[in-house]
Design a protein around this ligand. Structure first.
Ligand SMILES: [Zn+2]
Length: 268
């Protein structure tokens, strides 16, 4: 097998793939868009790809049979369109891409699929796609598909931000420090909504991010470190590995992923 890590599709030959006989597939759905003056465009893609890789390797070390599908680098970024080259496809297109990949995996005999979400702009679309998949497939006639996204555990990030903040900066310092412009670490402005009622968490609208984060990253990133980034990536990879180990070992039943239905007949 040489240096090939079993379970990383891009690194395997057809003989290795056939012998591997995957039980569960994880597919990272990343993104490529601006992340302020410190971080590269590929930040979401690389974080997602690294988490999927580590998760699969760790799961397979624990006896799972998980296959990593190639991470998707372009997804939803309509809110970023005022910035140059915020790579994007429409939400309806992303839905169709995901549905097509699910169908291809079903044709490859896969019943268990994990979509690893690497970008906040994709969350609603991935959830809607799971609804669409449930609409077009009767239970047990198609693959079981779930979305995974692991927020940072408490106690690591000192100054949270929703884009290009301390968490992402720390992760990139750990993964690709040569692409991080540490000399530009600072406090990046966050725009304020003028209407108070629109700040209510019960109200939703799509924010124009050139107003929300005018530098394309927001918040105080000065406390970012590679050590924090390593903890964050490893936390997500360990959570993913646990999920893959359990899914891989789980027997496919006609009530998957539930226990058999309790007997509803009453003896009167
Ligand atoms: Zn990001």
């Amino acid at each position: 097998m040489g240096k090939v890590k079993p379970g990383i599709l891009e690194e395997m030959t057809i003989d290795e793939v056939r012998a591997f006989d995957a039980e569960v597939v994880v597919w990272g759905i990343g993104s490529t868009e601006p992340h302020g003056p410190v971080l590269p465009y590929g930040t979401d893609y690389w974080q997602c790809d690294a988490t999927a890789r580590r998760g699969v390797v760790r799961a397979n070390d624990q006896g799972a049979c998980a296959l990593m599908y190639p991470t998707l680098p372009i997804a939803n970024n309509a809110n970023f369109k005022a910035f140059p080259f915020a790579c994007r496809i429409a939400p309806r297109t992303l839905m169709q891409v995901i549905l097509d990949v699910i169908e291809a995996l079903e044709q490859d005999g896969i019943r268990k699929i994990v979509l690893l979400n690497g970008h906040g702009g994709n969350t609603d679309t991935i959830r809607a796609t799971l609804r669409e998949h449930t609409h077009r497939r009767n239970r047990c006639e198609g693959a079981f598909v779930c979305m995974a996204f692991y927020p940072p555990p408490p106690g690591i990030i000192e100054n949270p931000s929703d884009h290009g903040g301390e968490g992402e900066t720390s992760r990139m310092m750990h993964l690709q420090s040569e692409l991080v412009h540490s000399e530009k670490l600072g406090v990046f402005p966050i725009g304020e909504i003028a209407l108070d009622t629109l700040k209510d968490p019960g109200v939703y609208f799509v924010q124009p991010w050139e107003l929300h984060v005018p530098l394309s990253a927001g918040g105080d990133v000065r406390k970012s470190t590679a050590a924090k980034g390593e903890k964050l990536i490893n936390h997500s990879a360990d959570c993913l590995a646990k999920l893959l180990v359990e899914l891989s070992a789980a027997e496919w039943t006609d009530t998957f992923p539930f226990k058999p239905s309790p007997d509803t007949e009453t003896d009167l």
